[in-house]
Every structure is written in C-alpha cells, then in structure tokens.
Write a protein of this length. Structure first.
Length: 187
C-alpha cells in the first residue's frame, strides 16, 4: 500500500503498522528509509536485514522523538554542541545504559515523523531504503517498484534527489569522532 505523506491518515497508518511489527518505507529529513519498531516483541531488524540483504552484524540507526530521549538509553555525556544539532540529520553512537553494546540514535527534523515517533513510544529502526551495497534510491516510483511486495506501507513524499544521509559520530572518552560525513558538518 502507498499513501502520500500529506494524506490525513498517513501518521496513524504508520503508527499502526509500526506497532503491529510491520516494516514500512517512510521519508525522513534525509532520505527514504526502511523502518520498524524497536521492542522486545517484534523482530523487525531481521526483516529489514532480509529485505536489504544486509550483514547480520551491522546495526541500524534508531530514531527517537526528542533529543532528551537519548538519555533513556545511555549514561554517556553528550556534548551540548551535538545536542544543539538535534532535531536534525545527525546520528550519535553511544554506549548502552543496560548492556555493553553501542547504539546509534537520531532525532530527525521532520514534524510529521516526530509525531509518529511520539505516538509509537519506542525508538524506530531506520536505514536507507535500498539493497545493501547499492546506491540510495531517490525516486519514489523506483522505490515502489522495487519494494512494494516486501513492505507493508510506503509513504510518498515525492522524489528525494540529491539529499545526503545523516552524519554519524561516536563519542569516545569525551572526544567526538566523525564516522560518516553527511549533511551536518562537524568540525
């Protein structure tokens, strides 16, 4: 199924699909992405990996609804200079609060998407909507043709030509290190 982002039911349809453990394609403030709920019930990361053909060990970014929400998941000190860039196309990798792993979080700058994230009440996986190793798909008609049989919902926000993915940083011992330069420049 495909809906336009401007459709009055698009937010509720996304929330319903995500809460039901479905994988969907949604526009973010960067590129179109595969998304699924991060919870203990559904295994949406595995579904997304299968669709993308992605390595089992490569984790996904998790979208959150507010900058402050990151502190529900980490005890790391995050420089104010980074937090001021949220909401926006910046991904921050932090140490997990409750285990020894790391997770990448992003608070997008898109009111429509923020509304979805607040209603879902869990982080939402996000990764570019393309096959692993292939270029980012910028045209909505190609996304629909390629993935409509593999996802439950696609939200059409038009073509997203020339947009960059998020900048990814990690913080180790208080030092910010850029792992991927995207649309936010970190100096």
């Amino acid at each position: 199924m495909m809906l336009t982002k401007s459709d009055p039911v698009s937010v509720d349809r996304c929330v319903s699909a995500l809460n039901d453990g479905k994988v969907i394609i949604i526009p973010t403030d960067t590129v179109y992405g595969f998304s699924g709920i991060v919870d203990e019930v559904h295994n949406t990361a595995e579904i997304i990996k299968k669709i993308k053909g992605r390595a089992e060990t490569k984790p996904f970014i998790q979208l959150i609804g507010t900058p402050e929400e990151i502190f529900n998941y980490t005890s790391d000190e995050i420089p104010e200079s980074l937090l001021k860039l949220w909401p926006g196309p910046l991904t921050v990798i932090v140490h997990n609060k409750y285990d020894s792993g790391n997770t990448a979080y992003r608070c997008p700058h898109d009111p429509w998407l923020i509304e979805i994230l607040k209603k879902v009440k869990h982080p939402v996986y996000s990764t570019s909507a393309n096959r692993s190793g292939s270029p980012i798909i910028e045209k909505i008609d190609i996304l629909e043709k390629e993935f409509s049989s593999e996802v439950d919902l696609i939200i059409d926000d038009g073509d997203r030509v020339g947009l960059l993915a998020s900048t990814i940083v990690t913080i180790e011992n208080g030092i910010v290190k850029v792992l991927r330069q995207g649309s936010v420049v970190i100096s």
